[in-house]
Design a protein around this ligand. Structure first.
Ligand SMILES: [Zn+2]
Length: 125
């Protein structure tokens, strides 16, 4: 039996109908699932958690995070998770470690932190 015996003449019909609407619906469902998952991850972050943020892990309105590492003590995280090019970020209020365990002032650090960095810090506890 030769190698070609198992093959039959093909036709040029596509294997299945490409349904763009269905594809987009599935993609939207995937995104919704991811958002729900990310909110659940964010809700695990607790006040007092110490997070080491690499320069690429945080953004600040006041001081650009360029090339700076920060150690942040979480005071409060805000929903929802924000997405930039598919990467989840969370708005976090907190303190520096210098403020101490019981700071006598309102949160003095206000950053957008990469969700993965927050969750990594959780997993290291
Ligand atoms: Zn502080």
């Amino acid at each position: 039996m030769g190698a070609f015996d198992r093959w039959r003449p093909g036709d040029n019909r596509p294997n299945r109908v490409f349904d763009r609407g269905q594809v987009e619906q599935n993609a939207e469902a995937d995104r919704a699932r991811q958002r729900a998952l990310d909110v659940a991850r964010l809700r695990r972050v607790w006040p007092g958690l110490v997070v080491d943020l690499e320069p690429a892990d945080w953004l600040s309105k006041t001081a650009p995070g360029f090339d700076r590492r920060v150690q942040l003590v979480v005071a409060k995280v805000h929903e929802p998770v924000e997405y930039r090019q598919g990467v989840g970020w969370a708005h976090v209020w907190g303190h520096t470690v210098r403020c101490g365990a019981r700071p006598d002032h309102a949160p003095c650090v206000d950053v957008l932190a990469r969700l993965d960095a927050l969750v990594d810090a959780l997993d290291r506890q």
